[in-house]
Design a protein around this ligand. Structure first.
Ligand SMILES: Cc1cc2nc3c(=O)[nH]c(=O)nc-3n(C[C@H](O)[C@H](O)[C@H](O)COP(=O)(O)OP(=O)(O)OC[C@H]3O[C@@H](n4cnc5c(N)ncnc54)[C@H](O)[C@@H]3O)c2cc1C
Length: 421
């Protein structure tokens, strides 16, 4: 099972480094919040659970990229508690992505938020990261004879795409088999994203702004009393805040139901990644190679390896999803129809849940019926590339600010569009 090399904010790290707000450790009801890192489930027979109540302005549930980007940006002017069920933020989908930024990808709201995120990726604030957040990796789309119409559609709609000859495509991807592609196009302005640096940067920003990350803190009971949301987490601690942001990824509808809020009909879908050694090919400078019908792609991983995916979308219940052997075999088979790469063995494989709303646009905004309940879910296959702008939009909604150019996405991402009238 592959996961991104996110430096885990382990309880040890957090105890020594964490929760230092501008005025020192945050104190709520006289206790330093640093103890939150020790909210592990109690061992059977150990009856000394830490029980405490913590009051903030905003609670964010889920510390993947959606929750981390929102929490850090909300924390510019609010007290924030970010709750994460696992002991590593990024354990689920955020740590399992292909880490690409592609403008010509996804529905209109995704393209707006992807475009608005670009400046952050290119020029993050001073001190945010020590490594660049993005590095250029063009996309090369291939069309077989049956996919020519799809290629025409892509070229007609896409921004910054140029048609190239099959010979030019083969110059970029020398393993391309003769006869597979009859048309090709290149999108130069696409990028690899350093997801670990992005995610850790936002979590550091949250901490610098006095926010709190509580790991091993699965939100269980969620109630609203007297205008204040109350969230009880693993181990019994209780968080209280007037605003609760649901950024629980595949668990978004579960969290809603726990809060007595009507679910949106989110559908988590499994996607598989497979790592192979492409020797004898040197793939370090290859573009991402995609068939235009989205049935497979390959992307260089760590300069010498290839990630292959069959672009699977199998409906799943939210859980710690694992790859299916059949999808691994399909990935290799589809790739090998196009590329002459011998696969001696699969080095590793993984799967992640890409979670979609019923219309595949994101859902960001206040619930139309439940006071103080804000959604940031349905990031699908675009949650990394949209995240700086999506997190900013959540922060603007919490603060009641004009979201500027992101307002163009608001009607498309409004969760109220799924409401049954
Ligand atoms: C194979 C693959 C390739 C991808 N490629 C790309 C790509 O190239 N570019 C791109 O932009 N996107 C890509 N994606 C999609 C992207 O990874 C996701 O959209 C994004 O990571 C979703 O982030 P999230 O924060 O919503 O979800 P998650 O990262 O899953 O975070 C949700 C968090 O909520 C926590 N949680 C759930 N319930 C509770 C609870 N009750 N209490 C507390 N915490 C809770 C979970 O533990 C989890 O950590 C890809 C995804 C996959 C699987």
């Amino acid at each position: 099972m592959h996961r991104h090399l996110l430096t885990p904010l382990s309880p040890k790290n957090l105890k020594t480094n964490g929760f230092q707000g501008p005025l020192g450790p945050w104190r709520v009801q006289g206790r330093a919040l640093a103890f939150l890192t020790s909210l592990a489930p109690q061992a059977p027979g150990n009856h000394s659970p830490v029980m405490d109540t913590h009051t903030t302005d905003v609670i964010v549930i889920g510390a993947g990229i959606a929750g981390a980007t929102a929490a850090a940006q909300i924390a510019a002017d609010h007290r924030v508690a970010l709750l994460e069920a696992e002991d590593q933020p990024g354990y689920h989908t955020t740590g399992r992505s292909a880490a690409m930024w592609i403008l010509n990808y996804g529905p209109a709201d995704v393209r707006v938020l992807t475009g608005l995120s670009r400046l952050f990726f290119e020029a993050p604030p001073e001190g945010f990261t020590e490594t660049p957040l993005m590095s250029q990796r063009p996309m090369c789309f291939l069309a077989s004879v049956e996919q020519v119409a799809a290629m025409r559609g892509l070229l007609a709609e896409g921004i910054g795409l140029r048609e190239v000859s099959v010979a030019q495509a083969r110059a970029m991807v020398p393993a391309l088999r003769p006869g597979y592609a009859v048309a090709a196009a290149v999108e130069d302005d696409a990028f690899d994203v350093d997801v670990a640096a992005l995610h850790q940067g936002f979590l550091r920003l949250l901490r610098r702004r006095g926010g709190v990350l509580a790991l091993r803190s699965r939100a269980g009971r969620i109630e609203r009393r007297g205008g204040v949301g109350e969230v009880e987490v693993t181990g019994g601690a209780v968080f209280r805040a007037p605003v609760v942001v649901n950024a629980a990824g595949a668990w978004g509808d579960e969290v809603a139901v726990q809060a007595g809020v009507t679910p949106l009909g989110l559908q988590p879908k499994r996607r598989t990644g497979v790592i192979i050694d492409p020797a004898p090919w040197d793939v370090s400078a290859w573009p991402l190679v995609h068939d235009v019908a989205h049935t497979w792609y390959v992307r260089t991983e760590a300069r010498t390896r290839l990630m292959v995916t069959p672009c699977d979308e199998t409906d799943m219940q939210p859980h710690d999803v694992q790859p299916d052997e059949l999808d691994v075999a399909i990935a290799i088979d589809r790739m090998q129809q196009a590329l002459d790469i011998p696969v001696r063995r699969v080095e590793r494989s993984w799967a992640g849940l890409r979670t979609f709303t019923p219309d595949r646009s994101l859902a960001i905004g206040w619930d139309r019926a439940a006071e103080g309940f804000l959604w940031s879910v349905g990031q699908g296959g675009y949650g990394i590339q949209t995240s700086p702008a999506a997190g900013r939009l959540v922060a603007d909604l919490v603060a009641g600010r004009d979201p500027g150019p992101a307002a163009a996405a608001l009607p498309m991402v409004n969760p109220g569009r799924f409401a049954v009238i």
